[in-house]
Ligand binder design. Structure first.
Ligand SMILES: [Zn+2]
Length: 72
């Protein structure tokens, strides 16, 4: 691993992240703003559900894809 390896955002998890969960809390963020959580394969569903039930979840994309879009 070269520089920093993105780690899953789930509490206590130290696994390398594979997924990016893009979310927005309409009460505190403008509509186009995106907060991101990182998730490993194991925690993707758990974190998605957490955001989903609150109506915050906007997008779930592969980390590699997210990074490509961010740089392009
Ligand atoms: Zn995890």
């Amino acid at each position: 691993m070269s520089d920093e390896t993105p780690i899953c955002s789930a509490k206590g998890c130290r696994t390398a992240a594979v997924w990016v969960l893009a979310w927005n809390n309409p009460k505190i963020h403008t509509p186009e703003r995106r907060k991101t959580w990182l998730a490993c394969e194991e925690h993707r569903e758990h974190l998605s559900q957490f955001l989903g039930v609150r109506g915050f979840l906007k997008d779930v994309v592969l980390l590699t894809q997210w990074q490509e879009e961010g740089s392009g």
